[in-house]
Each structure stands twice: as structure tokens, then as C-alpha cells.
Ligand binder design. Structure first.
Ligand code: ZN
Ligand code: ZN
Length: 337
């Protein structure tokens, strides 16, 4: 089969012939119809994550159709599926309780530590397949497997109640999905963007307010003005010390600060400033299978929309990476292997 392989950091992807995976009990071979190119690919290209195995087929946002099903599985050739990329053991306490994103003994993650979707075929455990209804196209189904599920998971952890206000700091692919989920939970939403076109997009996707911010100096004052004293929830997708500090300052009493995006920066905060308001700090990492099921269901009912910049052939992978590095992508670029 044809695959895009990364052989080392700071190298281009190479399109090569690679052995097609063989089905085994409990797994299916998925013919990849769409694979999203996510900002996390840059962590491999820039050497922040190491390549193991090496070379590696990246691509953790995958949708396609069943090509071959292992024995005894309830799938037939041509069934449409989205893929949950975190392969939990299914046995540890976290997996048993439905938190596969926190598996204590993971079998790997497709596109991170196991071969992923930048190829014509990928092997997927049956427990990681989610049926994709006809009304969701493959590029959307692929992206739901990353930004959609992350947004559902983070919004679930934020426990938003009716009448609350949520700030979404950073409105890339994940942030726009968080915004829609927070709206679904009944929140009034305030988006913070670094460029006017992103603020415009956030409003189109349902933000009640959208601020364009360069440094974060005035953010807390703006949010307090807009909300009579502060927001109930602040989702941080930017992860700098400054953006996180401003986020804590934005919150009213009993506010929840939700960490989703991160960089190398530290969260620096005085315990007294937390105590005085009983601020809660929570963190959210990727999502569980049930979060992807929920994301697929919301998308099928038109309540969660994914923005696709372009759909491109597998050979365009290196262009997609340089456009990500230049921060030029509107939503997601999706490869069609
Ligand atoms: Zn992703
Ligand atoms: Zn487990």
C-alpha cells in the first residue's frame, strides 16, 4: 500500500510502498478515506515527540470503511467508521470505568506510537471503531476523532450549568468545537482570538462575543465587564503562563479553569488568589470512546460542525505541514489517501 512515512525529525515525509496490515482476531483493517493533519504532527516533525517505531506512519484523525474484518466481528466490508485512536487495554481500572484516555497499560495510540492514517489502510481494534452515519462525510468523521472528541471530553469535565458563561481562549479546530459544545450546554460564550478573521469565524460558529487579543493584559477586565464579575468557566487552549494567568483572573467565585492546550510554560498562581474564590483547576486530555460517539451523534444532528480548510491527496502532506507551521490553516487540512 501507499503510505507517508516520517523517518526522523526535521525531515520531509516520504511517500513509499509499505506492507498492508493483516487482520487479526479483534481487529479490522480500515480503508482510510480521510485523515486530518493536526497541529500535533508538528511535535514529531520538530523533534518534541520521538518516533517509535521509526519510520512511523502518522495520522491520528481517521475515518474510512471496513476493508477486512477479523473473525467474529460485527462489521462487514464497506461499513463506514470513525476511529478512536487511543488503544486502551480494556482491563485496567480506568478502562473498566470508561476512561480509556487514562489507560494505565495502553496498547498504543494510532498515529503516535502505532501506525496511523496517512496510508491507504490501517489496522484498528474493534473497540476503537465507531460507526459513522451516512450524513457525516469522511473528512468530518476524521476530524471528529481529535477535535470533536477532545471538545466533548473537556466540556463534560467543565460541568457547565444553564445560565453560566464560558470563555474559550484559542479558537483553532479544538477551540471552535469547545465553543459549540459549551453553547450546547447552555452557556453564554466568549471567544478569545489572536486574529480578527478567527474572531469572525468564532462568531459564525456561535460565540456570543469574540475578542481579538494580542497580549492578555486587559482580558480579565474585559471579561469581568461583560459578565458582571467574571466567567464561570475558562477553557485554555493556548497554554502560555500569561494566557493561563489571565484565565484565572477572568473567573468568578467557584469558577473552573480547564487546561486543554499546553506549551512548555508553567502555570504560576498564588494559592490565596484561588482560595478567595474557590477556583477549581481541571485538566482534560483527549477523550474516551463515548466522547467520540457523542461527537459523531452531535455532528449527525447538525449540532457540531467541523471546519475543513482543504481536502488533498496524500502527496500533499509536506505542504500541509508547512502551512501548519506558518499558522495559515483555517480549521483542518484533510488528506484523502
Ligand atoms: Zn489531532
Ligand atoms: Zn487500560
Amino acid at each position: 500500500m501507499k503510505a507517508a512515512l516520517l523517518h526522523g525529525p526535521h525531515e520531509d515525509f516520504r511517500i513509499e510502498e509499505w506492507p498492508k496490515p493483516e487482520p487479526e482476531p479483534g481487529s479490522a483493517i480500515v480503508r482510510v478515506r480521510a485523515a486530518g493533519v493536526c497541529g500535533s504532527e508538528l511535535d514529531f516533525v520538530e523533534g518534541i515527540f520521538s518516533l517509535n517505531p521509526c519510520p512511523l506512519i502518522l495520522g491520528h484523525e481517521i475515518a474510512g470503511e471496513i476493508a477486512e474484518s477479523g473473525p467474529g466481528l460485527d462489521y462487514k466490508e464497506g461499513d463506514r467508521v470513525a476511529v478512536h485512536n487511543m488503544m486502551g487495554c480494556g482491563l485496567c481500572r480506568n478502562c473498566r470505568q470508561g476512561w480509556e484516555n487514562l489507560c494505565e497499560n495502553p496498547r498504543g495510540q494510532l498515529g503516535f506510537t502505532a501506525h496511523g492514517g496517512f496510508a491507504q489502510y490501517v489496522k484498528v481494534p474493534a473497540t476503537n471503531l465507531v460507526r459513522l452515519p451516512e450524513q457525516i462525510d469522511y473528512p468530518t468523521g476524521a476530524v471528529l476523532g481529535c477535535s470533536g472528541l477532545t471538545a466533548v471530553h473537556a466540556t463534560r469535565l467543565a460541568t457547565i450549568d444553564l445560565g453560566e458563561t464560558a470563555v474559550v481562549n484559542g479558537v483553532g479546530g479544538v477551540g471552535l468545537s469547545v465553543l459549540q459544545m459549551a453553547n450546547l450546554r447552555g452557556a453564554r460564550t466568549i471567544a478569545i482570538a489572536d486574529k480578527p478573521w478567527k474572531a469572525h469565524l468564532a462568531r459564525e460558529m456561535g460565540a456570543d462575543e469574540a475578542l481579538v487579543v494580542q497580549d492578555y493584559q486587559d482580558v480579565a477586565a474585559w471579561v469581568r465587564d461583560l459578565t458582571e464579575g467574571g466567567a464561570d468557566v475558562y477553557f485554555d487552549l493556548v497554554g502560555t503562563s500569561v494566557s493561563m494567568g489571565a484565565g484565572i483572573d477572568c473567573l468568578r467565585h467557584r469558577g473552573r479553569f480547564i487546561i486543554i492546550g499546553y506549551q512548555k510554560d508553567s502555570l504560576i498562581v498564588s494559592p490565596v488568589s484561588l482560595l478567595k474564590r474557590e477556583i477549581q483547576i481541571r485538566s482534560s486530555v483527549a477523550g474516551c470512546r463515548r466522547d467520540l460517539e457523542a461527537a459523531v451523534d452531535y455532528a449527525a444532528r447538525g449540532k457540531l460542525k467541523v471546519i475543513i480548510d482543504s481536502t488533498l491527496p496524500l502527496e500533499s502532506i509536506n505542504d500541509c505541514i508547512s502551512r501548519l507551521q506558518n499558522r495559515e490553516v483555517r480549521g483542518r487540512n484533510v488528506l484523502l489517501p
